[in-house]
Design a protein around this ligand. Structure first.
Ligand SMILES: NC(=O)c1ccc[n+]([C@@H]2O[C@H](COP(=O)([O-])OP(=O)(O)OC[C@H]3O[C@@H](n4cnc5c(N)ncnc54)[C@H](O)[C@@H]3O)[C@@H](O)[C@H]2O)c1
Ligand SMILES: [Zn+2]
Length: 1548
């Protein structure tokens, strides 16, 4: 189409005296023509980013070419384009230089005109180039994001970022034109659109209420304008503009006009212009922490709400304003609090402490001196002052804090007279009635809360009514839709948060939606947050479905989300179970008049709950013109049957909503508990609400004076501390008030029994449980009853102080406990914001209207200690409890564990018998199971109390059968010490138990017992030990396998108790450490090569995401390995190596194979890893913060590697992002791992600089810093902590660019970081020695550059001295005859060399003397280590009892030293010359060496280990008489004596 500009309609806005802002749709031809005709130039340069170039550049080029073609100027002007990378990183000095180089290269001159096409990044960057290029050239802004249109392009601020901060270098430089083409927004991602809407809402909020009203009521139309692409340039001319396009443009123009006006008055930001910083003071601080994950507008959105809360707290803005702003921002998908899941789930969110935010705010440009300035709203559309207002820190920090504490005291406003917010129940009913009604209804005193906001938003979305505000928002005007409702646009769900009332009411409302003839495939979907999805709605769905409505539960049966087909409500007879919630009844009643037939509603299923709410609904329906008849039987007794006629509600012109009676219970209770008086207006005897009876039915009976008129209630409390308990009160008609009653009862003398509140278990949380658990923290006991609870009151002085109350996101829990905290010091109410549901300004009202001071508490900084774990607070010698089925080997494992820990083993059954003087079996026989379980519980309690340290305690298999015992164990595992579940395959247990008799037999199939108990075992334990051995009894074991198992038992228990954590020692700075990444689907494939594979490795990484069981292997697509398979894999690995395991579940986004969306499964696997006692756990920092905290809490002695991987290549090691990620990772990790991607060799040096700088910081954590890819290999050589390595024998590399240990050593050498050292063998004669071959082969295999040579000399003389003095000397072996002669040349001997009295190894060691490095020579003797290793391969240390050493030379010395070290009992020493043996024995006075002349020993004293140190040729020895004849022993043989293992045939 021949473009013409004549049919283009633009709005022009003037700024700084020029009409330079031109707004419209599809402006490209218009832009080309305007620029070329009004800004003559030789060169036009359009600069944009790659995203936008792809979408829009092709439209610009022909327009400019055409216009230039028509130009008569000679030479013809040029049109150049430059496309740069998108994103904030381009807004840098380098980015600016690139553009400048381009301009210079193309010989651009002073007259060039630059066009900035793009978002704020392009605008700021290109604007700054224009400001300085050739001392300033002309430029135009063509913003393509909403943010750029309404904010960054207007005002002339340009800037770039530096690593020190954003926008620090820049200039004011006004563009010639700003072309706002709203059609660009059609390609903008919606999140970016919302980002800009934050600024639009901001501008309206400070300046123009009318604009604000338009924004708050039209979000869906405004979204529609960008979501439907306009064809054929629709919108370019006014005649082709759709309604929503017009609306969008007017919103943009409105916003720009305000900004242009403010800029014109105050271009350089001296006062008025500060107003546009509304929301930014706090918003910027949040952004500084969350950037770049959370966008500017999103942070400003939260900032605006926090800043309005400050206005409210200062008593300047009413809750109405806060509520409207909140709802409006939410309707544009913007977050309004940092607890929004989009933010709360980010690990960075935990850095948002109040102190940190205040700290960042300190450097705000608006501040004057140290005082902070914030834009304070006085109402929507107006600010308190024409500039930002000074606000004290204390006020800001109170608002920012997530938790509150109440300062106990007498209310200073006493006697208090106040009204409470509108009733939630009445507000919600009124909204539905007025929306369904005919005509306009003005609602007054409507509650501004989450619930009503959700309800209004949903009704608007259904096009059921339109809402507008009057009286500065005090009055809501509802234009009723008379029951006409339509399905929301496809893909748009009605999200109800945790608003139960809205969910129940709207379910029936949605059945009323009529199908539109052309779009009958659609359904209405209502959904909520996680808690809402658990709250029941089943009976309502059942009743409506039975009546013919089509309602589908999309996730779990009887819960949200629901998909409701629009085909109207049929009507007729409906049966409804009404014992769970009266809201089901009200829901049907409210909608009933609009059914196709009149409805008869019959309530079934027993006792109807909360009748007063049903009566309330009926009363309100009457006010709106529909009369419901409740049937009665002949005797006049009311029945639960209601007749509702068909009809249409007639809206009364005005309706005033009664104050909330449940809310009123809090100030009244405060009067009761503090001995003061409180009068609540607008609630009295005439109230529709059951809770209005609270004062008379509860407080009066507790000893208060209560007076009530039709419309007023006054309570005067007795003197403080004199409240009395009520023996029994049925609160069925005021269930919501039971929490308040419970809080008061806690300090009333006596026991208060509250009944009729069973339904409170299925509210926002299980409220009965919540009250019991939280009161327990104060030391107040309660007893849970079927339909209520009994509170055992305590004197105020007895209650615990300093309690932190968890509120379960339940407003009533929070407010009930704030009542109690008016008399109990230092009570912290966590999650103070949950009151928003019904009384958003509760804390302000508590302070301002009641006169009780409230302070903010920052839990974030209280918890800032970061990586503390629950279990690290345990005492290191806390006893270990073992649980598991009978027959899993608890005793076997327990005894060995105790031996290796040096602790005492205790069998609970035996303890039982000693204590009760009767065996377990006999006890059950005599007294039955129940009595036994009770006795067993007592025993458990006494074990926990009396054997709390230094014991390994094996418990009976049935200990988990009672919940009381489970609680004891769970508590122990959390607060005191490890509880280990010993697991073993069930079929083996069955086999084993068939032969065992010590315990009473099971009365049911053992398989069933196992199934029932298994989840309990897991629930009660902190760790799993998988006992893989085929047989639990040790006598039938093969010694090699057995010793692997024993070593593993020792490793496992020493690690988890912390007695000897199995951690790598080489993580300190200056040392290098490596882990090998196992990439097998099944680690058993590695076993044939395990020794070669693990050479040089300090740990093994188990890549859990790559594990595949046989079943999983065949599956195509995503596989999540089962916990069972992974546990098995860990157990397998433990059998072949004691190296620490790094347990990693790498997600796809982070370069692994684990599906990203399976976060829960990933966390479950990580938890399983900790249970299995893995030493290192890799935790990705992008996991939800809650999960991270959980893992940290459970880590015990294991360590967390907090990791972050950037695969995009965008992360710069000298940028802000990497620092941010490091900070997050370091905040909870013991080790930090950051992986980037190198695009050049250079990137590795930047990485190295970063890592070095980090390493210099005080308290730096071990840091793994690596670049992926071939270009990044260098970083793997430079990295020193836990460098992940691969091995040529592995199936594939875990990451591109990964090197082997050998390759890294070679590279280090070539780089000069790893000089070659000289190693020698000193001795004579040595020419036949194999040592050089062995060593040099080893060096070669590991890629070490060293050389090992023979050094044969006739004595220890000058030659050896010279060799030792050489700085390249790496070490030496010393052999006969110099093992003693060498000693004078050495500086120090190791204890072993000292004891053995000979040196076979010389090691040069680096030492520091007053900061000066020096070298000493250390003599060691390693013979004993070889001997020790040979022994422990076959027997665990604990099994070595009696040993025999043959020979009395130097090696025999080493053998005795090894055996002594292993804790052997008697060591027989036999030598041909007994005298020599005796001399040797004398060297070891502490070892029990017994010289024997003949191989003979006392009965039962036969050695179970023999070490022969004499050459084979010399040893044909005759064994003892009872032995098996003669033994021929090779030199240095270490034998497991056949006297113990003859049965299995192994070991010889
Ligand atoms: N100068 C000022 O007064 C001022 C005011 C506010 C913000 N800023 C600056 O603005 C910058 C942020 O601007 P932004 O939010 O526009 O981000 P942006 O420029 O990075 O754009 C956001 C993303 O959207 C893409 N995009 C832009 N237009 C598009 C379109 N029409 N269709 C599809 N994709 C499109 C971009 O390529 C980019 O990836 C920040 O650097 C901030 O400092 C400046
Ligand atoms: Zn902004």
């Amino acid at each position: 189409m021949a473009s013409s500009t004549t049919d283009t309609d633009v709005y022009k806005v003037s700024i700084l005296g020029n009409e330079s802002i031109h707004c419209g749709f599809h402006l490209i031809p218009y832009i080309a023509q305007t620029v070329l005709t009004t800004l003559p130039s030789s060169t036009y340069v359009l600069i944009t980013d790659t995203h936008i170039a792809k979408l829009h550049l092709s439209a610009f080029e022909p327009e400019f070419e055409r216009a230039l073609g028509a130009s008569t100027v000679t030479p013809k002007p040029r049109f150049l384009t430059l496309v740069i990378p998108p994103g904030e990183t381009s807004k840098s000095r380098e980015g600016k230089a690139n553009i400048e180089d381009f301009l210079l290269l193309h010989k651009c001159t002073r007259d060039s005109v630059i066009l900035a096409l793009g978002g704020g990044v392009i605008g700021d960057l290109v604007g700054f180039v224009a400001a300085t290029f050739m001392r300033g050239v002309k430029f135009c802004q063509i913003p393509t994001t909403l943010l750029a249109m309404v904010d960054s392009s207007v005002g002339g601020k340009t800037a770039i970022d530096t690593p020190h901060g954003k926008n620090l270098i820049g200039a004011f430089w006004q563009p010639e034109y700003i072309f706002i083409d709203a059609a660009f927004l059609e390609t903008l991602p919606t999140r970016e659109f919302s980002n800009g809407m934050a600024e639009v809402v901001k501008t309206a909020a400070i300046w123009n209420e009318e604009e604000f009203i338009s924004l708050e009521s039209h979000s869906s139309e405004i979204f529609a304008a960008i979501q439907t692409p306009s064809k054929d340039h629709a919108g370019r001319s006014k005649s082709t503009r759709s309604r929503s396009q017009e609306l969008l443009l007017s919103v943009i123009v409105g916003s720009i006009s305000v900004k242009a006006h403010i800029v014109t008055i105050d271009e350089r930001e001296t006062g008025l212009r500060n107003l546009v910083n509304f929301g930014h003071s706090i918003g910027h601080a949040i952004e500084a922490v969350l950037t770049p994950t959370i966008l500017h507008g999103e942070c400003v959105s939260i900032g605006m709400i926090l800043e309005t809360e400050i206005s409210r707290q200062m008593g300047i803005l009413s809750q109405v304003g806060v509520g409207r702003l909140t709802r409006c921002l939410k309707s544009y998908n913007l977050p309004v609090s940092i607890s929004d899941p989009r933010i709360a789930n980010l690990p960075a969110a935990k850095l948002l402490s109040v102190d940190r935010l205040l700290d960042i705010m300190r450097i705000d440009k608006k501040n004057s001196g140290p005082a902070k300035k914030i834009v304070i709203l006085s109402r929507i559309g107006a600010t308190h002052e024409p500039r930002a207002t000074v606000v004290p820190d204390i006020v800001i920090s109170k608002t920012l804090a997530e938790s509150a504490t109440v300062v106990p005291g007498v209310p200073s406003q006493h006697p208090v007279v106040m009204s409470t917010p509108g009733s939630k129940s009445i507000s919600n009913r009124a909204l539905v009635l007025a929306a369904l009604g005919k005509g306009t209804c003005k609602l007054r005193n409507l509650l501004h809360s989450d619930d009503t906001q959700v309800m209004m938003a949903a009704l608007s979305e259904l096009k059921g009514a339109t809402f507008s505000w009057e009286d500065g928002g005090e009055t809501l005007v509802v234009a009723g839709g008379e029951g006409s409702l339509s399905v929301p646009p496809k893909g748009k769900e009605l999200y109800l948060g945790n608003a139960g009332t809205a969910a129940r009411f709207l379910t029936t409302v949605c059945t009323l939606v009529q199908s539109s003839p052309n779009d009958n495939a659609d359904v209405t979907v209502i959904t909520g947050n996680a808690r809402m999805k658990q709250r029941p709605i089943g009976p309502l769905v059942t009743a409506l479905s039975a009546n013919g409505s089509q309602i589908q539960c999309l996730e779990s049966e009887g819960c949200l989300p629901l998909a409701i087909t629009p085909n109207g409500l049929k009507g007729g007879r409906i049966q409804l179970a009404a014992s769970v919630s009266s809201q089901y009844v009200s829901s049907i009643l409210l909608c009933a008049p609009y059914a196709q037939e009149s409805i008869t509603l019959e309530l079934i299923g027993g006792q109807v709950i909360s009748q007063p709410y049903i009566d309330m609904t009926i009363a309100m329906m009457k006010t709106f013109g529909v009369e419901v008849k409740r049937r009665a039987d002949a005797s006049g007794k009311l029945l639960d049957v209601y007749d509702i006629p068909k009809g249409v509600y007639v809206n009364p012109p005005n309706y005033s909503i009664e104050s909330d009676a449940s809310s009123a219970t809090y100030p009244l209770a405060i009067a009761a508990i503090t001995g003061t008086s409180c009068t609540i207006d607008n609630i009295g005897t005439a109230s529709l609400q059951g809770d209005a009876k609270f004062a008379v039915e509860v407080l009066q009976k507790m000893g208060c004076q209560v007076s009530q008129t039709e419309t007023q209630t006054t309570v005067q409390g007795p003197p403080i501390g004199q409240l009395k308990a009520i023996e029994e009160v049925d609160m069925e008609i005021m269930t919501d008030a039971f929490l308040t009653a419970t809080a008061v009862a806690a300090v009333a003398s006596g026991r208060t029994r509250i009944l009729g509140i069973a339904n409170q278990r299925v509210k926002e949380c299980n409220r009965i449980r919540a009250m019991i658990d939280e009161l327990a923290k104060f030391g107040v006991d309660c007893i849970e009853l079927d339909d209520g609870l009994e509170v055992i009151g305590q004197p105020i002085s007895k209650l615990k102080r300093g309690v932190s109350v968890h509120c379960y996101d339940d407003h009533r829990v929070a407010m009930a406990f704030s009542v109690l905290s008016t008399v109990i010091e230092n009570t912290i109410i966590e999650e103070k914001r949950c009151v928003e549901k019904t009384w958003p300004n509760w804390w302000d009202d508590l302070e301002n209207k009641i006169g009780i001071k409230v302070e903010g508490v920052d839990l974030a900084s209280l918890n800032a200690s970061g990586s503390t774990s629950e279990s690290s607070k345990r005492s290191p010698d806390a006893s270990v409890f073992l649980i598991g089925m009978r027959g899993t080997g608890k005793t076997f494992v327990g005894e060995l564990a105790a031996l290796s820990l040096g602790w005492t083993f205790l069998d609970a059954d035996q303890y039982f018998e000693t204590k009760l003087k009767i065996g377990v079996r006999e006890f059950v026989h005599q007294k039955g199971w129940e009595a036994f379980r009770a006795a067993e519980l007592d025993i458990l309690k006494s074990l926990v109390a009396d054997k709390a340290s230094g014991h390994v305690i094996s418990l009976g298999g049935g200990i988990v059968e009672t919940s009381a015992a489970r609680d004891v164990l769970k508590q122990y595992a959390i607060t005191q010490g490890p509880v280990v579940f010993i697991a073993r395959p069930i079929d083996e247990i069955v086999k084993y138990l068939n032969t065992e008799t010590a315990r009473p037999a099971y009365e049911e199939p053992i398989i069933d017992v196992f199934r029932r108990r298994e989840p309990w075992f897991t629930e009660c334990s902190s760790h799993d030990f998988i006992n893989p051995v085929g047989e639990v009894n040790n006598d039938a074991l093969c010694p090699i396998k057995a010793s692997a198992n024993r070593n593993e038992i020792a490793r496992f228990f020493k690690h988890l108790t912390g007695v000897e954590p199995n951690l790598t020692h080489s993580l300190e700075p200056g040392r290098r450490s490596y882990f090998l990444c196992l990439t097998y689907p099944d680690v058993q494939q590695a076993f044939p090569y395990i020794d070669e594979l693990t050479e040089g490795a300090d740990a093994l990484e188990l890549r859990v995401d790559l594990l595949r069981s046989e079943k999983g292997y065949e599956k195509i697509g995503d596989v999540v390995p089962s916990v069972a398979y992974v546990s098995e894999q860990v157990a397998h690995l433990r059998r072949v190596t004691g190296l620490p395991i790094v347990f990693t579940v790498r997600t796809k986004a982070q370069g692994g194979a684990f599906p990203d969306e399976k976060q829960k499964e990933a966390v479950d696997l990580l938890k399983a890893g900790l249970r299995l006692g893995v030493e290192y756990l890799d935790v990705e920092i992008c996991l939800p913060e809650k999960s991270i905290r959980e893992l940290v809490a459970k880590k015990g002695t294991s360590q967390i590697i907090a990791s972050w991987h950037d695969w995009s290549g965008n992360m710069k090691w000298n940028g802000a992002l990497v620092k941010e990620k490091y900070d997050i990772a370091a905040s909870f990790g013991d080790i930090v791992k950051i992986v980037g991607k190198a695009n050049s060799l250079q990137d590795n040096f930047v990485l190295y600089d970063f890592a070095t700088a980090i390493g210099r910081q005080a308290g730096a954590k071990p840091f793994i810093a690596i670049n992926m890819g071939g270009d990044g290999q260098m970083s793997r050589i430079l990295n020193s902590t836990f460098t992940p390595v691969s091995h040529p024998l592995l199936p594939n590399k875990a990451a591109p660019g990964q090197l082997s240990f050998k390759q890294i050593q070679q590279a280090l050498h070539l780089l000069g970081l790893f000089p070659a050292k000289k190693f020698y063998l000193f001795g004579t004669p040595i020419s036949h020695s194999m040592s050089p071959t062995l060593h040099n082969t080893g060096f070669g295999l590991l890629g070490l550059p060293h050389q090992y040579n023979l050094f044969e000399t006739k004595d220890v003389g000058e030659e050896i001295k010279l060799a030792l003095a050489d700085p390249d000397f790496g070490g030496a072996s010393v052999t006969i005859p110099y093992k003693l002669d060498i000693i004078p040349l050495l500086d120090k001997l190791t204890p072993a060399a000292e004891a053995i009295g000979a040196v076979n190894t010389v090691i040069p060691k680096l030492v520091w003397n007053d900061g000066v490095p020096g070298r000493i020579l250390v003599g060691d003797n390693t013979d004993w280590l070889g001997i020790k290793a040979s022994i422990t391969q076959r027997l665990s240390a604990s099994e070595i009892q009696t040993a025999l050493v043959i020979g009395a030379g130097g090696t025999a010395r080493a053998a005795i030293y090894a055996l002594q070290n292993l804790g052997a009992g008697t060591i027989y020493l036999h030598n041909r010359t007994t005298k020599k043996a005796e001399e040797l024995a004398a060297v070891f006075p502490d070892a029990r060496v017994k010289v024997i002349e003949e191989l003979k020993w006392a009965d039962g004293q036969a050695p179970n280990i023999i070490v022969s140190t004499v050459p084979a040729s010399a040893t044909t020895t005759s064994a003892s008489d009872d032995g098996n004849g003669s033994l021929s022993l090779p030199a240095f043989a270490v034998l497991v004596s056949p006297w113990i293992c003859g049965r299995c045939g192994h070991g010889l």
